[in-house]
Write a protein that binds this ligand. Sequence first.
Ligand code: PEP
Ligand code: MN
Length: 346
Amino acid sequence: MLVVMRHDARDQDIRAVVEAIEAMGYQAHPMPGRQRTTIGVVGNDGPVDGTRLTVLDGVRELLHVTQPYKLVSREWKSEPTVIKLPGGLTIGGDEVQVIAGPCSVEGEAQLLRAAHAVREAGATLLRAGAFKPRSSPYSFQGLGREGLKLLALARRETGLLIVTEVVDPEGMDAVAEVADIIQIGARNMQNYSLLRRAGRAGKPVLLKRGIAATIQELLLAAEYLLAEGNSDVILCERGIRSYDSQTRNLLDLSAIPTVHALSHLPIIADPSHGTGRRDMVPAMARAAVAAGADGLLVEVHPNPEQALSDGAQSLRPEQFERVMGELRPIAEAIGRRIAEPVGARR
Ligand code: PEP
Ligand code: MN
């Protein structure tokens, strides 16, 4: 439930409502807005009897949140969440961030070549996995902590911000030290202990949609992060499993406007895992920006034939550069712009 205060409500009125909510055994979340303060009530399983609150000074009305998720819902917060990243970049505002890089950190030369190439083309964040959740235990599992060190080196060399995946709660501190954004992969979307831990990690989280997750399940997974106090959450549509094997997954672009309607959180698209095919990535990247995605996650490898993971869907650097050029007018056509790397001179 939400308690909407009158625009002329005083601080003491707000405090009295917070105290009344807490006396009822719930938690109160005051959210000051431009016009008025709204106070969210959480901790209730069923409907809240608000008669004790309506009579308090400064209370305008009570609104019942009808979705099973609250903190992530548009009902709860009507303004879009704009996440501020180091260097002044934002996700969820007018800027569209392009996150790019190889699927895995494979070594220093590979990572630095990829990082320089994506930066030259205009990506703002470098993404590569040091810890890889692989479907087979016999596939390359990532370089682990050595990979994190290489990501820190790439950040120093290029100024690109780092996105990298955490696969278990034990790895959280090491990942959070290097990452500007912590990725939680599709396979871990419903790993609730990992979500709770990430909610306390003190860094923004990129949460990928599960392989067979509904949008409601994705939003409920994000609710775990917000419930732990982390509201810097970016959702990611990366394709869901379908019956057609032409593409690796079915990239659900309708999830973008759906999430924007239901939630204030930003959502980006991953056309690489969404299609699994290099030749289809540019078309779906363009389509995702046109659909209103707040960013893209694109796999790029300096030499995809030799990639240790996801080579078939990784763009070559020159292909990536071409796509970046195509995305700029599409973003502008819908009143947005592709963000520039920190310190870039174009
Ligand atoms: C990845 O981002 O490289 C990855 C493993 O993706 P997903 O979790 O979406 O399968
Ligand atoms: Mn990958």
